[in-house]
Write a protein that binds this ligand. Structure first.
Ligand code: F2R
Ligand code: MG
Ligand code: MG
Length: 356
C-alpha cells in the first residue's frame, strides 16, 4: 500500500517532467543554431512571456516534442515498450508533419522503415553512417516518458528500455548511451525528495550508474582508440564545473561539455543546467529555479531547444508542476496534451504498483 501512496504523490512531478520538456523545446527553439543570445535579450524574452497580458501565437514545438509524444502515446496504448508500434508512430508522425526541424539523417531511417514495411525495425538505424549508427541527441531528446514509465522498475529494465527505444534511430554507442543517461537523470530527479537536492550527490549517483552502463559489452562496437567511458568523463567535468561555481562562463561550458546536436555534447550539458540553476546565476533575473533552468540552458546557445527540453524534463521531474510558471507554459503548443500524457503514464504506473 505504501508503494501505491508514494506513486500517488508523484502526479505533479510526472506533469512537471513532460511540461518541462515541452517548454524547453518551444521556448528554446527560436534560438537553436543562432549566435548565442545576450543576457539582456534573454531576460527581456522571459520577462515579456511572463507578462499575463501578452497575447501572441503559440511557440511551436519541434521534432523533440513530436517524437516524445510518440514515445509517450506508444507506452500508454501498449502498456509497455513495443518496438514495432513505436517505430510506426515515429514514421507516421514524420510524414504527417515533416517540417518540425528533424535531424538531417534520421529522416533516412523513417524512409527506410516505411520502404521495408517495418520488417526489422532496428535495421535501418544500424545502417546509418556506414554502419556506425547516429550519435545525434535524437534518442535522448525523447527519452523522458521512458523514465516516467519505469519509475518503479529496476535500473536494468530502465536501461534496457531506454537503449532499445534509442536503437530504433540511433545505433551508435554514444547515441544510445546518451539516451540512457538522460533517462537516468530524469529518474534520479523523480526519486530525489523535494527540497533535498544535493547537486554533487545527484551527479555522483549518475556517474556510478553510467560506469555500469558504459562498461563495454559483447554487442558494443568501439572504433579503434575510442574512449569507452565518455559520459562518465563528461559527468566528472560537471562536478569540476560545479566546484568553480559562478566563475564558469558559457564559453567554458561549451568547451568542456558541448552544446551541439551530438548526444555526447549535449546530455551532460542539460544535466549541468539543472544542477547549476538550482542556485542563483549571475545575469539571470528570475528567482524561480525551474524557469532558471530553461533560461540557463537557452543561454548556452547551440542546440537550445534540445538542451532546454532535456534540462526542463529533469527540472520538472524534481520541482513538479507547482513550480512551473503558468504565464510561461500557456505560450507552448499542445500543453494540454503533455499534461494528459503525464497523467496517463502516472495512472499506468499506479495501476502496476497496486498489482505488484
Ligand atoms: N535538426 C535540428 N536542427 C537543425 C534545423 C532546425 C531548423 N531550425 C529548422 O527548423 O529546420 N534539430 C533537431 O536535430 C537534433 C536531433 O537530431 P537526430 O534526431 O539525432 O538526427 P540525426 O540525423 O540522427 O543526427 C543529427 C546529426 O548529427 C550528426 N551525426 C550523427 N551521427 C553521426 C556519425 N556517426 N558521424 C557523423 N555525424 C553524425 C550528423 O550531422 C547528423 O545530421 C536535435 O537538435 C533536434 O532539435
Ligand atoms: Mg528540435
Ligand atoms: Mg535541437
Amino acid at each position: 500500500m505504501a508503494v501505491v501512496e508514494a506513486v500517488e504523490a508523484m502526479a505533479g512531478r510526472f506533469r512537471g517532467c513532460l511540461v518541462g520538456a515541452l517548454m524547453g523545446d518551444c521556448l528554446g527553439a527560436p534560438f537553436e543554431g543562432e549566435p548565442r543570445a545576450s543576457p539582456s535579450v534573454l531576460n527581456s524574452y522571459f520577462r515579456r512571456l511572463n507578462d499575463p497580458d501578452l497575447k501572441v501565437p503559440y511557440k511551436q514545438y519541434t521534432d523533440d516534442t513530436a517524437m516524445m509524444r510518440c514515445v509517450a502515446l506508444s507506452l500508454i496504448e501498449e502498456k509497455g515498450y513495443v518496438a514495432q508500434d513505436m517505430a510506426k508512430r515515429f514514421v507516421k508522425e514524420f510524414y504527417a508533419e515533416p517540417r518540425r526541424g528533424y535531424g538531417s539523417n534520421v529522416v533516412d531511417v523513417f524512409a527506410a522503415l516505411r520502404a521495408t514495411k517495418f520488417r526489422d525495425v532496428y535495421a535501418p538505424a544500424a545502417m546509418q553512417f556506414n554502419g556506425r549508427g547516429s550519435y545525434g541527441n535524437g534518442g535522448a531528446m525523447r527519452a523522458a516518458p521512458i523514465a516516467l514509465f519505469c519509475h518503479n522498475s529496476t535500473m536494468q529494465e530502465l536501461v534496457d528500455t531506454a537503449k532499445d527505444m534509442a536503437l530504433l534511430t540511433h545505433a551508435n554507442r554514444l547515441g544510445y548511451n546518451g539516451t540512457v543517461l538522460q533517462c537516468l537523470a530524469v529518474h534520479e530527479a523523480l526519486q530525489t525528495p523535494k527540497n533535498d537536492l544535493n547537486c554533487v550527490k545527484f551527479v555522483e549517483n549518475l556517474i556510478e550508474k553510467m560506469k555500469q552502463v558504459e562498461k563495454p559489452g559483447k554487442d558494443d562496437i568501439l572504433d579503434e582508440g575510442e574512449e569507452p567511458f565518455v559520459y562518465v568523463k563528461k559527468l566528472e567535468r560537471v562536478l569540476g564545473l560545479l566546484e568553480c561555481k559562478d566563475s564558469v562562463d558559457t564559453d567554458q561550458v561549451e568547451e568542456e561539455l558541448g552544446v551541439d546536436i551530438s548526444a555526447h555534447k549535449s546530455v551532460a550539458t542539460a544535466i549541468y543546467s539543472f544542477v547549476r540553476a538550482s542556485c542563483p546565476i549571475p545575469n539571470i533575473e528570475t528567482e524561480n529555479e525551474f524557469q532558471r533552468t530553461l533560461h540557463y540552458a537557452v543561454s548556452l546557445g547551440g542546440d537550445t531547444d534540445t538542451i532546454a527540453s532535456m534540462a526542463g524534463s529533469i527540472a520538472g521531474a524534481y520541482y513538479g508542476i507547482e513550480k512551473v510558471p503558468k504565464n510561461l507554459e500557456r505560450h507552448c503548443e499542445a500543453l494540454a496534451d503533455a499534461i494528459e500524457q503525464a497523467d496517463q503514464l502516472h495512472n499506468l504506473v499506479k495501476a502496476r504498483a497496486s498489482t505488484s
